[in-house]
Design a protein around this ligand. Structure first.
Ligand code: C5P
Length: 234
């Protein structure tokens, strides 16, 4: 495996804790994920603090706005040197194309970040979809949005482990699949309902595994990651 596929979700607003964990894990995982709560509390300065640990950053802010605003936001992101970030695919084709164009125009010399699309939030069930006027099932919707994301120039999507096989088939081998809801054998599911082990998700075709509590709440996070790496290689 050339790239370490583990992304640790640092779901916290505590900068010191996030820096400590990033430093501890920097030799063992591929990246850390920073989300809305961290960014709302600490903004770009907080992201730069974490970047100082040398850890690649997946900035999961799920941009969703008119094409012009999303494009300008992505240009503003260039000073942060994140390696991957998210936008909502339900923002539509023009918004996703504007995002892809902003990346190609902004990152002329640096390694451009990957932009991956959020299809359907996994907190929504079929009943929720009906209440917002979507009568198609979740799986059909996810597949349609992933195809649209690919056509619009996005590098991949965030998806549940149970969507990996279908999306790998319809979107091909080079489309990135970023997968949360991962649980190593024997760990607690917590509030995740449909989980999969790291090994199984990678075998099905995931590129990145987003793992939070099984690592961050372990007594020894480094040990927890090493166990995951061993289970993947087994
Ligand atoms: O602690 P846990 O491993 O469940 O954390 C998973 C991370 O992935 C959290 O940051 C969560 O917000 C995020 N996520 C998710 N399901 C999605 C999208 C993101 O669990 N569909």
């Amino acid at each position: 495996m050339s790239v370490n596929p583990i992304i640790v979700a640092l779901d916290t607003t505590d900068v010191k804790y996030a820096c400590r964990l990033s430093s501890q894990l920097s030799e063992h995982v591929g990246a850390v994920k920073l989300g809305l709560e961290f960014f709302t509390a600490h903004g770009s300065a907080g992201v730069r603090e974490i970047a100082k640990t040398g850890m690649p950053i997946f900035l999961d802010l799920k941009f969703h706005d008119i094409p012009n605003t999303v494009a300008k936001t992505i240009r503003a992101l260039s000073s942060l040197k994140v390696f991957m970030f998210t936008i909502h695919t339900s923002g539509g084709k023009a918004m996703m194309e504007a995002a892809a164009k902003a990346i190609s125009e902004t990152f002329l010399y640096d390694n451009p970040p990957s932009v991956v699309g959020v299809t359907m939030l996994t907190s929504l069930d079929e009943g929720d979809l009906k209440t917002i006027g979507m009568s198609d099932g979740i799986s059909g919707q996810v597949e349609r949005l992933a195809k649209l994301a690919q056509k619009s120039g996005l590098n991949g999507v965030v998806c549940s482990a149970h969507e990996i096989e279908t999306l790998r088939k319809v979107c091909g081998p080079s489309f990135k699949l970023v997968v949360p809801g991962i649980r190593p054998e024997g760990s607690l599911n917590s509030d995740q309902k449909r989980v999969m082990t790291p090994r199984e998700a990678l075998r099905k075709g995931a590129n990145y595994l987003v793992i939070g509590r099984p690592i961050t709440e372990a007594n020894d996070p480094v040990w927890a990651v090493k166990e995951i790496i061993t289970s993947i290689a087994a």
